[in-house]
Design a protein around this ligand. Structure first.
Ligand code: ADP
Length: 165
């Protein structure tokens, strides 16, 4: 039986922390759906299309990965896509409460059908977030350590727009 999982998130933009979780998830699962959340509540730098395209630049040729976007509840999307396992990354303690809450809600909403699996962040990514990346970018800082080189320019370009240049 093929083991499939979904890795949902904002990916605004995709960071080396996300990439680490994706690569490690692929050691466990045969196929992974990376699902970009179109969240109207959360103000994002990049449109869903831009976020999806950045991930496609990285993984578009990988047969084990599908890149999709969704809005609404994760459980509804998982039902539609016939997926039962969601992967989430856990960084410092600050992630724990929010992630636990999400996992419990998703389990409850799916009546126990869906499971969440947590992968701990690697040490070097423990304090890395998309928010930090945007903060560095807007202040013209060095991004090379935190994001893949294929998307560096996209982030720099967006930062220019945000600075009004
Ligand atoms: P953020 O909280 O940075 O906006 P996302 O919503 O894109 O992140 O995150 C999707 C998932 O990836 C979440 O489970 C989040 O905890 C995880 N994640 C984000 N950054 C990292 C990281 N540096 N290392 C491991 N997991 C991470």
């Amino acid at each position: 039986m093929n083991k499939n999982a979904i890795y949902p998130g904002s990916f605004d933009p995709i960071s080396n922390g996300h990439i680490d979780i994706i690569n490690r998830a692929l050691n466990i699962f045969d196929n992974l759906v990376i699902a970009v959340l179109n969240n109207s509540e959360k103000k994002s730098w990049f449109s869903v299309e831009e976020r999806v395209n950045m991930i496609k630049e990285l993984y578009g040729n990988n047969k084990k990965i599908q890149i999709k976007s969704f809005d609404g509840l994760l459980v509804d999307f998982m039902e539609k896509e016939n997926l039962k396992i969601a992967i989430r990354g856990l960084r410092a303690v600050s992630d724990y409460e929010y992630e636990l809450q999400l996992a419990l809600f998703n389990s409850q909403l799916s009546k126990g059908k869906f499971e969440t699996i947590f992968l701990p962040a690697s040490r070097e990514n423990l304090y890395l977030s998309s928010t930090v990346i945007k903060e560095i970018a807007i202040n013209n800082g060095q991004l090379e350590e935190y994001v893949d080189k294929t998307i560096l320019n996209k982030i720099r370009e967006k930062a220019k727009i945000k600075r009004g240049e």
